[in-house]
Write a protein that binds this ligand. Structure first.
Ligand code: ADP
Ligand code: MG
Length: 216
């Protein structure tokens, strides 16, 4: 039986800082894509919303570097809630705030603690937005990723588990194209939302791909 590798370094505050900065950079790079996707089934502001929010998150990291994992995640969550007006601000904000709660006063996270925190973040998004599988939202990228992470627990090094999660998020993002939106602005379009990739699922896939790039 495989167990967690002793060479698998735990995730610390610096790792989470790298993740948030990489996510901010990926959002900035993909701002036009996110705007284009939201212009098809929403109000064309998802790129601007996420770019503004993540720019503020990075500015906060520079201004007042948090002392531990929970403080860092909490600061990011509060910043997103207060700087992003659209649906995605409170949803991503809640994701990071719930992650912070789950982390508690731990100074380092192993694979299981990270998986637990991601699960808590996902549950926060559900508590706030009431999305379920197939509603064509960020949930459809995040939930398969968290499931993939759980499935990989103990069987792989943390990098492998995060790559599996990122791959599941990308597949979940792609699957939103054929879904009919049942939550958020896109739901106003009914079946005319079919054939368009969901913007929030697209940014959520970036959240996982940057985690796989930076956390291990
Ligand atoms: P707004 O819809 O207010 O313009 P954004 O454009 O920033 O906000 O974000 C839109 C994204 O938010 C959607 O693509 C979808 O993935 C996500 N979303 C909207 N409503 C919900 C919800 N109730 N639960 C989960 N995700 C949602
Ligand atoms: Mg929008």
């Amino acid at each position: 039986m495989m167990t967690e590798s002793p060479t698998d370094p735990p995730i610390d505050t610096a790792g989470l800082d790298r993740w948030l900065r990489a996510f901010a950079a990926a959002i900035a790079e993909n701002e036009e894509l996110l705007t284009r996707l939201d212009s098809a089934i929403g109000d064309a502001d998802h790129g601007a919303n996420m770019a503004r929010g993540m720019k503020a998150v990075v500015a906060k990291l520079d201004e007042s570097p948090p002392a531990g994992p929970a403080a860092l995640l909490k600061q990011a969550g509060m910043t997103l809630v207060s700087t992003v007006g659209g649906a995605s601000g409170p949803l991503y904000g809640t994701f990071f705030l719930r992650m912070a709660q789950a982390v508690g006063d731990a100074t380092e996270l192993d694979e299981a603690a990270l998986a637990e925190a991601l699960r808590a973040g996902l549950e926060g998004i559900v508590a706030r937005g009431k999305a379920a599988a197939g509603d064509k939202t960020m949930y459809d990228a995040l939930a398969p990723a968290v499931d993939a992470m759980d499935a990989a627990l103990g069987g792989e090094e943390i990098g492998g588990a995060l790559r599996a999660a990122a791959e599941a998020a990308a597949q979940g993002r792609d699957a939103t194209t054929e879904m009919e939106a049942r939550k958020g602005r896109a739901s106003y379009l009914g079946e005319r939302s079919v054939g368009h990739q969901d913007p929030g699922a697209t940014s959520a896939a970036l959240l996982l791909s940057t985690a796989a790039d930076t956390l291990p």
